[in-house]
Ligand binder design. Structure first.
Ligand code: PLP
Length: 432
């Protein structure tokens, strides 16, 4: 392979800045660089790569699908679209979810879910219901509407004038949701949106069963739809098929992305109950699509990825390897002076870092300790996913490897994390 021209690669970042390397391949659970490094992917890219990289079978399906159908408007059924819809709704979603449609990513899917919630109420004649209540911290995407309902301080900063003014409640306080709904008027609230496990903005925060039970009651009492954002938690990541299976509350709308095609194609989806769709259908209203929604090749790829997950029992493996990761993290980080908490579900694990674990005192925000840990780990050839979002969770990292991850790889990830925390805190120069 010809060595890449550094100046050409440096033009790649939209916002000019340094490039650490150029990626030449992905293989299994590794990222290969132009200078011969094999980086162990403990983050599964952006917590996407559920089945690992480079499966020939998936690539062959993509090639065949692309040759057969180049493009068809998203509203027309094709074999790939119909097969995927049946597989997702029948085999992955909670039983009450019966309908669904596909977009090309997570933000588009959340954005569609927000429009769907509004359209549901509009079609039913409840025209005053428009507000969507979000949580803090949370992340729902980076379009202006999804940024608005999200509670990610850092990503929202400066964009506030462009964001719809919607309320946010603490991620673990159900009564706060009830209070806010009453304050703004239940008849103005369309939906409440939450991640079953708060993803990168909170480094895998898990609320308890009592919280979710109360959220379910509050939403029902006030006629507010519950949107479960499963972009990160969906399709096996938490050790169950969907994250909502841990909650004990039925969502009205589910959003997914990432793991749906495991990084092999850009695709996301929005799924809903008959009750959500009925007034829209009765009124003959519609929802505008995105040009690349339900792209045929992406649907065929997602169908294959989900089939592989089932054939290889990878949801079960996410649960067992998640438990193995948790016990390694807990063992290595017990009594660590800078580790506040190890948390998460399945292969979605977070580690929150503070200056003093005993008092909970944080590092100065400007020290950027979380970011430095990620950099130190990358210098040691392990990609750990950055997490944290500002005030609620400041310094944190996340693990979200492929479900096929081995015990030896888990050992390496945890070993490198410990070294990287120490190096970041000490401000020690990296090994490379
Ligand atoms: N929702 C959640 C919970 C996410 O984790 C993400 C991405 O990290 C999104 C939405 C946005 O998805 P995308 O980056 O595919 O637009």
């Amino acid at each position: 392979m010809i060595a890449p021209d550094r100046a050409r690669a440096e033009r790649y970042p939209f916002v000019p800045g340094p490039v650490p390397f150029r990626v030449v391949a992905t293989e299994g659970r590794h990222i290969l660089t132009h200078d011969g490094r094999r980086i162990l992917d403990a983050g599964g890219g952006a917590v996407v790569a559920n089945i690992g990289y480079g499966r020939r079978e998936v690539a062959e399906v993509a090639a065949r699908a692309m040759e057969q159908i180049t493009y068809v408007v998203p509203t027309w059924p094709t074999d790939a679209r119909v097969d995927l819809l049946h597989r997702v709704v029948d085999d992955w979603m909670p039983p009450s979810i019966t309908r669904g449609g596909f977009t090309s990513g997570g933000s588009e899917s959340v954005d569609t879910a927000l429009r769907l919630a509004r359209q549901h109420h509009l079609s039913a004649g409840r025209t005053a219901r428009w507000r969507v209540i979000g949580r803090r911290p949370s992340y729902h995407g980076v379009t202006l509407a999804t940024l608005a309902v999200g509670g990610h301080d850092v990503r929202r900063a400066g964009f506030e004038p462009l964001l719809l003014d919607v309320p946010h409640v603490p991620w673990d306080d159900a009564e706060a949701l009830d209070v806010v709904i009453r304050e703004v008027g239940a008849d103005t609230v369309a939906a409440f949106i939450a991640e079953p496990v708060v993803g990168s903005s909170g480094a895998a925060l898990v609320a308890d069963a009592a919280y979710w039970c109360r959220v379910g009651e509050i939403c029902r009492e006030h006629g507010v739809l519950f949107i479960a954002d499963e972009v990160m938690t969906g399709f096996g990541r938490t050790g169950r098929r969907m994250g909502v299976e841990h909650l004990g509350v039925d969502p009205d709308i589910v959003v997914g992305g990432k793991g749906l095609a495991g990084g092999y194609a850009p695709i996301g989806g929005v799924y809903a109950t008959d009750e959500v769709m009925a007034p829209i259908a009765a009124n003959r209203d519609s929802l505008m699509f995105f040009t690349y929604g339900a792209q045929d090749m992406a649907c065929a790829v997602a169908d294959t990825v989900l089939r592989i997950i089932d054939e290889e029992h990878l949801v079960e493996r996410a649960a067992t390897q998640g438990a193995a990761l948790r016990s390694r993290l807990e063992f290595a980080l017990a009594d660590h002076p800078h580790v506040l908490e190890v948390r998460g579900l399945g292969l979605m694990m977070g580690v929150e870092l503070v200056a003093d674990a005993a008092s909970g005192e944080r590092f100065p925000a400007a020290a950027g300790i979380g970011r430095r840990v990620v950099t130190e780990a990358l210098h040691r050839d392990v990609w750990i996913y950055p997490a944290g979002s500002g005030e609620v969770v400041q310094d944190a990292v996340m693990f979200g490897p492929a479900f096929t991850v081995t015990d030896e790889e888990l050992d390496t990830m945890v070993e490198v994390l410990v070294e990287s925390i120490d190096a970041a805190v000490a401000g020690a120069p990296s090994r490379r």
